[in-house]
Structures are given as structure tokens and as C-alpha cells.
Design a binder for this molecule. Structure first.
Ligand code: SF4
Length: 334
């Protein structure tokens, strides 16, 4: 599998009125391969959507670097230093890196006055493609990928059920043949049936497309069902990453363990012991020194508040930022 995008040390800081600074993304690194779905998990305020918006060119990062290594777009790799990233999604030429983004609320990203075919065709029309048989063929082809047939294409977006509208949003993002497809909470606004339909669509895209997919969500069950690898974000940092099967059964970071326990019914035979975090997630305007989980972690020790824990490798593409992860891996369960 070839690496499509490698993100290194991404940072995004928002300057607030009155002089404050909100560190939304505090140095995030990951890579995604062609045809892979990487899940980026985190609670509200963890910085995961900001990462997606930076990669889509909708926000300008304040630090870090991205390497695009998608040979279908350009032989070799395209390397850019921040700041001054690639233009916003939709502004790149056909030979450049293309990023498609799908947002949580489909009604916000699709013009309700459009028929479905217009909504899907719009990104190509905006790039200068003329209306005609070639455009119609691209629209039909892309709509078919997301399970929309010709009869759907003539419906008005304004009256479309949520699931069909989210499928239309995904088709809009796919029609540019993106190097990277970013799905930001694509199931959150959907009812259970629609959610299942969109997850099935992501599964099909994973199997049939060469696009790399970044799935950003706090829906752990959804992430578990469609991803091969996951990264867990807390207060602007990735605290644990690894194969989905491994992290959901035997996570090593206390935050990952607390998060999974709070959302899923776990197999009682798994080695995970319950973790109760105290208090609330701190404000990104007031990041604690050292480990960001230290004020809440039941297993913190003296060194936890002194320095940010380095990322430690636990094999099979699994890494953890916790100074006690070695103890947890060796069998200490709190
Ligand atoms: S480094 Fe310390 S405070 Fe942070 S998660 Fe590990 S044990 Fe808890």
C-alpha cells in the first residue's frame, strides 16, 4: 500500500479577542495509505475537526508539515511547509492534490435549491467544466458510487431525506476524485437507519476506491466498524494510535480506556480494567503542563506533570504517549 499523506507536527492556534490563545491542535502526526480509512477519535474540543479543516485548506495551520505522496496526482511527492499551505479545497487544478470534505450536517453543505445532480456536479462546474454529456456521465458515475441512481438525481435537495442528502454530499466530495476524502462526523446528524446506510457506503468506498479516507468522529462504534487504524485525540494531541482491532480490545492509554468504556459494551473477558477520569476536559486556552490528562488521570505519578510524555512504540504500528504505558502493557491494570 502506498502512503497518500503524511502529517507531521501539525499545529493550529486561534488568537482570541483580548489577546488569549487557544491551542486547538498541539503537534499532531499521522499518515494514511491509499484505500485506507483512518479513524480520528476525540471528544468535542479535542481538535479533531480542526485537523480536518487544516488538511482541507479551510484553515491555515501555524506549524508542521505535510507530505503528499499520491502518485496518481503527481509522480513522487509534493512537499509543502506551513504556513502558506495549498489553496482551499476546490481551488486546485486537475494535476494537483485534491481534498474532498464532507461535513456533519449535510443541509449546511448542499444548496437546498439545487436538484441532486446540480449539487453533485457543482464542484466540477466551479472548476470550469462545461455542462454536457461528459459532465452528466461523471455525475451519474459518481452518484452510482454512493448508491444514488438516475431517479435520485432529479430530486430537489431541499426535500431529500437525511441519508440521501449525506450520500449526495459524499458524491460532491468524490466527484473531484480526491487524493484525500475527509468525513467529519458524517453520521452524527443521521437516524440509526441512515447511519447504517452511510457506514455501509464508507465500507464499500474503502474496498473499491484508491482514495485515502480520514474519518473524524466521536462515534466509536462507527469508527470501529469501518476503520483499519485509529488515532485518539485529547486536548489537541494524539495520545494513542494503532490497529483498530487492538485498540478497542486492549488500549494502553488511560484516556483511550475511559473513552471506550464510556461508549461501548465491552467484552468482560478483555483485560481492560475500568478507568474513571475526574473532572472535565480542561480548556484548550489553559493547557496543563506535562501530560494533558494529568489533572484527571487516576494513575498519575510525580513525573506526569513535568513534561509531555513522548510517544512510545508498542509494536504492530501501536504507539502511546503515557509514561506508564509500559507498566500497563506488562499487566498493571491500575
Ligand atoms: S502520563 Fe501519567 S497522567 Fe498521563 S496518562 Fe499516563 S499515567 Fe496518566
Amino acid at each position: 500500500m502506498s502512503r497518500v499523506v503524511t502529517v507531521e507536527g501539525l499545529r493550529k492556534v486561534f488568537r482570541l479577542e483580548g489577546g488569549g490563545r487557544l491551542v486547538a491542535v498541539a503537534g499532531v502526526s499521522f499518515g494514511i495509505d491509499r484505500g485506507e480509512v483512518l479513524g480520528l477519535i476525540g471528544e468535542s474540543g479535542s481538535g479533531k475537526s480542526t485537523v480536518g479543516r487544516c488538511l482541507a485548506g479551510l484553515l491555515t495551520p501555524d506549524g508542521g508539515a505535510v507530505t503528499w505522496g499520491e502518485d496518481r496526482v503527481r509522480a513522487g511527492s509534493l512537499f509543502r511547509e506551513f504556513p502558506g499551505l495549498w489553496p482551499a479545497a476546490g481551488a486546485q487544478g486537475e494535476d494537483r492534490v485534491r481534498v474532498g470534505m464532507v461535513f456533519q450536517e449535510p443541509r449546511d453543505s448542499v444548496n437546498r435549491r439545487f436538484q441532486v445532480w446540480e449539487a453533485v456536479a457543482d464542484p466540477l462546474i466551479a472548476r470550469g467544466m462545461r455542462r454536457g454529456p461528459r459532465l452528466a456521465a461523471r455525475v451519474e458515475e459518481t452518484a452510482a458510487l454512493v448508491g444514488l441512481d438516475r431517479s435520485h438525481l432529479l430530486l430537489d435537495c431541499g426535500g431529500l431525506p437525511e441519508e440521501l442528502l449525506q450520500r449526495a454530499s459524499i458524491a460532491r466530495a468524490l466527484i473531484i476524485e480526491p487524493t484525500l476524502l475527509i468525513l467529519d462526523e458524517p453520521t452524527t446528524a443521521l437516524d440509526p437507519d441512515a447511519r447504517a446506510g452511510v457506514l455501509e457506503l464508507i465500507r464499500r468506498l474503502r474496498g473499491s476506491s484508491s482514495t485515502a479516507i480520514l474519518l473524524i468522529s466521536h462515534d466509536l462504534a462507527a469508527i470501529r466498524s469501518v476503520t483499519e487504524r485509529v488515532a485518539i485525540m485529547y486536548l489537541g494531541k494524539i495520545v494513542e494510535r494503532g490497529p483498530t482491532d487492538r485498540l478497542f480490545v486492549d488500549p494502553l492509554h488511560p484516556y483511550t480506556r475511559a473513552l471506550i468504556e464510556s461508549a461501548l459494551d465491552l467484552d468482560p473477558s478483555t483485560p481492560m480494567a475500568p478507568v474513571e477520569l475526574s473532572g472535565e476536559i480542561p480548556s484548550p486556552m489553559d493547557r496543563p503542563p506535562g501530560c494533558p490528562l494529568e489533572p484527571r488521570c487516576p494513575w498519575s505519578i510525580a513525573g506526569c506533570a513535568e513534561a509531555e510524555p513522548p510517544e512510545e512504540d508498542f509494536g504492530a504500528d501501536h504507539s502511546v504517549s503515557c509514561i506508564r504505558a509500559g507498566e500497563f502493557a506488562a499487566g498493571l491494570r491500575g
